[in-house]
Every structure is written in C-alpha cells, then in structure tokens.
Design a protein. Sequence first.
Length: 610
Amino acid sequence: MSDVIQLLPDSVANQIAAGEVIQRPASVIKELVENAVDAGAHTINVLVVDAGRTCIQVIDDGRGMSETDARLAFERHATSKIRQADDLFALHTMGFRGEALASVAAVARVELRTRTADNEIGTLLTLSGSRIESQEPVSCPVGSNFKVENLFFNVPARRKFLKTNATELSNILTAYERIVLVYPDLNFTLHSNGQELLNLRAGSLRQRITDVFGKRFNQDLLPVDVETTMCRITGFVGKPESARKKGAHNYFFVNGRYMKHPYFHKAVMQAFDRLIPTGMQVPYFIYFDVAPADIDVNIHPTKTEIKFENEQSIWQILSAAVKDAIGKFCEIPQIDFDTVGKPDIPVFDPTRPVSQPSPSYNPGYNPFSQHAGRTAKPVDGWEQLYDGVELPRHDDADLFGPDASAAPADPLASADAAPLIEDKSPAHYQYKGRYIMTAVKSGLMIIDQQRADIRIRYEHYLHQLATHTASTQQLLFPEMVRFAPSDTVMLQRLLPELAAMGFDLSDLGHNSYAVNGIPAGIEGLDCVALLQTMVADAAGQAASAAADINHSLALSLARSAAIPQGQLLSNDEMEDIVNRLFACSNVNYTPDGRAILCILPQQDIEQLLG
C-alpha cells in the first residue's frame, strides 16, 4: 500500500493561511499598517485603487529592513516580534504571528521598496503567488513601501465574492479608523483613486476623535479615567443625549489593540440604564491598559477576540468608571440661585419666636355688587368710530328662524336632548394610546397604530422612489450633518435615492453636507439624526441592489416619521389609518416582519364572558 500523507508545498500552505488572515482588501491594509506602526513610523500613507482590488500601497517612514530581512519577512512564521513562547505573555506589538506578509504574497503580486537609515541603497523585492521574481538594489527613502496588486488573482472564487467597490472601501475605512484611534500621536493619510479621504495630523486623543467623526462630537464626550492595580481605563463616553438607535461608534482597545467584547459592552450600557431609551446606544472610546500576562490575544488570526484573566473584576471597574464619568460631567439642571430682582426669602432663625400669620381681608366685599370691584371707565365719544357705518338690523325671526317661539330658552336642555354622535361611520376605540380597536364581522380587530403607520408610510415612500414624485420642503436655515469617513462612502451611493425621496443635500467637503430641504410631511423631525440613521441602516444591511437600497431607505424614513406610541388619535384619524392600511399590499406585517393586527374571535369573547 502506497503512502497517502504528504507535506504540502509552501505556496499551498500560504494560500490556506491567507484564507484566515486575508479576507478582503481591508485585511491587507490592517496588517501592513500595523507592521508600519511596529516599525516606529511617524507618518503612514495609504493609497488604494478600486477599493484595493487593483492596487494597495502603504508607505511609512519607519526603520525599514535590510536586504536579508526583506527576503525573510515573506516566509511563514518569520517575525521580529517574539523569540520564544514566553514572549506571547509580554506582547507590546500589534503583530507576532509572522503570517501576514506570507499570506499577502500568496494571493497577490507584491512589490517592496525598503531601506534602513545606516544603508545608502535600499532593496527592491518583487513576489507573485509566494514566488520571488526579483531582488535588486534601488534608491528609496528610509522606511518601507509596500505595493500589493491584483489581490486574489490566483484565487478566483475569493475575488468573485468580493463586494462592490463602495462596500469594500467602507470596510477599508472602518479598519483604518480602528488603527488611527489608537495612535493619535502619528500622522495618517488615506487616498482612494487619487482622492484624499483622510488627512489626520498628530494630536491629542480628543482631537483625533473629532477629526475622524466631526467637530460636533466634541461636545458629547465625557472623559473616563480610572487607575487600579488590576488595570487602567481611559477614554471617552458619550452623553445620554448623543444616544442613537443605530450607527453609534463603539470602540474597545486593549493595550493599543482593537477588540470586540459584548460582555464589556453590556457594562457600559448598564451604566446608562434609565438615562437613554430602550434600544438606544451611546458612543464610547474605551482604552484598557492591562498587564500583557493577564490577557491572551492568541485566539484568532484577526486578533479581535481577547481573553481576560480577571474579566469579572474588570467588568465592575468599567461599570463604576462610566457611572462616575456620568455623575461628574453630565449636565444636570441645577437650582437657580440668582436672586437679582427676586423677592427676599427670610432665613429661619430658631431664636426668634414664631407667630401665626394673620391674614387681612375686607368682610364687606361682595363680588356680585356693582361697586365691589374695579370697573372700567367708559370711553367718551366712541360713537364717532362708527360714523357712516350702517349696522344690519335683525328681528327675532331672523335670529331664531321663521318661528321665533320655537327657539329654546335653555341651550343646555337642547344639548341633553340631542344625540351625542350622529356620524354613521363605524366607531374606533384607542387603548392606552397604542392600539386601535374596531368591530369586525368575526370579532374584535386590534391594530398597532405605530406599526400600521410604518407600513402605510413605507409603501408611500417606495412609490415616491419609483415614480420620483416626492416633494421637498426647503429649510429656512439649512442644517449641517457630518458623517464618518466609512459612512460617507455609503452616502455617495444613496444620494440619488435620497434626492428622489425629497432630501436636498449639498456637499461641503470633508465629509460634511448641508441639508437644504427635507421630504414634505416630516417637519419637526431631527433631520441630522434621521440621515445618520438612514445611512447606518443601509450600511448595516450591506445593500447592493437598487431595490435593497430603496427598501432600506423607505423603512428607515417610515420608522422615524411614524406616529409614536402613546399619541392620542381622534376617531377620524383612526378611521384614516384603518382605511389606508387596508389599501396597502400587505396589511398583516410591517416591512421588517412584525405583526400589525390581530383579531379576537367572537366565540372567544363569548367564552371569556360565559
């Protein structure tokens, strides 16, 4: 029997590893930028073409590599970060596996130009599919210049299933934001197809956050700073009024490394319990400084999952730190002690005797007397105002109809005798400001008024998008909305649909837009928060087709403009909702699948009361 087990070639092993490490162009940028940070760079420039499909270039001014190091860097498990297994428990660098460059070179064509400060000539290394094509001396500045072209050229299945350029560029910006927020003392730039998307200068952490997410973010940040023997927690959390249902910026960093941690996220949200509505989230930027021996980052190649040795204790510290920040810095209405122009309030003196107040009144005052109160003095000569004006004269027949004797002497007696409601339309009843109840042949129908309005408005907005018949209400004072760079890419795709819905936006540059007009009928809504929510919903669904984009936008706008729970409705308003609901294509469910109505059968009612 022949042997069936064989050792895989390095090229095949690298492609297998690349499936875990390099998932999309954003993964390439993440690995290369982290290597630049570990190399001590002060300025890092990233250039992408076609969202990384065609070319990705990362240029840094770090230490650079020698000729030998440049060649060894693309071998599997070749790294300068660790020497032995014990070094995993004392990591102070972003990378340590030694798989990133080998994985990139396995699925793309890579060109590296690098030079160290003690060498006058640098090295040019070219690889394609893990195979070294050439290595020669070249003139280049100190640092490294990686150019990755034709990503996944030898893995057509992976290249085929990449998303659209807008989606991949949004993923690149998201990954880039996670890095730039950790290193505010470094300079970063990002260009896409020759257009500058980010240009971040070195500064403080607060300045870096506002540079990325907008200046309005600055007024909503509360500082967090607590230090214990177990860990140190710093950063910022948002004020309760900055809470959003979707698209809130939530970031955790541990020793300069981004991580996802639902357990710690719950600690932050519990600190805002009863301060924000249910389902809302506040933005936060929390940085943990923990001893490397107390955490394990070697969980997944993406390094976004981290295990803590003292997870429960850190949870309690985090929750207390956020609550302390809210209590110290949250703006709470205070008592006004301004006494200018106010009546004096006597200070209680325990030594002075307290006497019962004796009110004074006029015992002879009679409110029904003609001379009891002040009477207005009649104006003399008022008749001159009506000179030349002939007033129409009416007799009793004109006032009360042809038969003056039929006029009721007491209007209350007439009101009591008349029927209260003469409208023959079916009456509807509202229960607790949420449900509309009406009688049907089979029993009692109960309608959720908010969900019904969502369905009505959703189909109305879809019709406007299809026919381009929406009307715009111009704003007297335009609002300015600022988007994160990752959201701006999605907004560019949504601009035609937003215009079809009635939004009038103009680009102000630097990811800022002026809202000049909004769809008619949604006056009174916060258009800035509405646009941010609509873009976040579209980005969260990764909508690609036009129908998916229209569905996402129409649903977001319908949710925001629908009548709120608890709003009292008149019978005519309830009748209008019921009629318009049953004119919809689907009366039973909202666009996101929630039930709108139910019917309590007559038989069940009789059994309950029998």
